[in-house]
Design a protein around this ligand. Sequence first.
Ligand SMILES: NC(=O)c1ccc[n+]([C@@H]2O[C@H](COP(=O)([O-])OP(=O)(O)OC[C@H]3O[C@@H](n4cnc5c(N)ncnc54)[C@H](O)[C@@H]3O)[C@@H](O)[C@H]2O)c1
Length: 326
Amino acid sequence: MNKPRFLVTGCAGFIGGHMLEKLLAEGYETVGVDNFSTGKPENLARAGGGFKFIEGDLCDPAVSEAAVAGVSHIIHLASVPSVPRSIANPGESMRSSVLSTVTLFAAAAKAGVRRVVQAASSAAYGDGEKLPKTEDMPPAPLSPYAASKLAQEYYGMAFSASLGLDCVSLRYFNVFGPRQDPGSEYSAVIPKFITLMLEGRRPTIFGDGSQSRDFIYVGDVAAGNLAAALHPEALRGQVLNLARGERIDLNQLVEKINAALKTGLSPVHAPPRTGDILHSVADISRIGRVIGFVPAVSFDEGLSLTIDHYRKARSVRTGEKGTNPC
Ligand SMILES: NC(=O)c1ccc[n+]([C@@H]2O[C@H](COP(=O)([O-])OP(=O)(O)OC[C@H]3O[C@@H](n4cnc5c(N)ncnc54)[C@H](O)[C@@H]3O)[C@@H](O)[C@H]2O)c1
């Protein structure tokens, strides 16, 4: 069998940039596609050359067809991944996740692609109290984003069952790591807190801070995607949690960042946000059983790598050479 040739959709995004780097480092021929709706050219630049980039929207059949040409495996990450943004604009959420997926999958089935690994989301579980989350729990989407990610899973099952495209949906929990966008209104909590606290500013927590998340380092997500892509047996539209299987609450997160930065900043508490989930932690036994994946990076290790990145980025921005900005 020929060496796999990969397509990474959403390659200019946070996870996409890390995925590109991993595939290129492992010597795979790789194509990337992105429309820069939330992605950034810097994420492509970091991966260096050595891959073909197509700028375009996957909802356009011509873009999807060009992207899948000659490809054997797809890591499908393209989406606009934000609960608040989907509440503000449900149509954008449906287009960026559902329409783009169906258009891509139709092109991929026609082109004879062997495997699609797609990014699904723990948002599919909703706010049920039962923990940890197992894949056989009934889904309960609370936001248009969650509904769109769930629809992606169903299309993965349908294309596997009736169009000969072998898909697997990995429900990522909270992914973090270097180069996650800290600047947007919709940013994930870790980059936002680190960048604020590096400037000596207090982070804002929506609610009392007891809400907890299952944070997984981005390098582990790239490794999990690759393991799923290369798995030798058919995966037939299965849904698998991709997480660490441990939870950290937001008050603990602030404490850990304070400890790493040697600061003593207390959070500001604001009212809870609509659609936000209170607790989330995964049962990761199924992904271990099915594809043999086990996360390799501890939360503290991942946090330390992430803080290093933002500290260096800040030194470059502020021109502080070789000094510790804290
Ligand atoms: N970051 C997390 O914690 C997390 C958690 C669960 C699931 N996910 C999923 O992982 C995937 C990647 O997330 P991320 O954090 O890297 O987000 P990101 O916003 O950094 O990356 C998404 C990329 O997709 C591109 N894109 C969006 N719509 C497109 C379209 N129609 N055509 C082409 N490109 C398009 C964007 O420009 C962006 O570069 C998403 O599918 C998201 O739903 C992420």
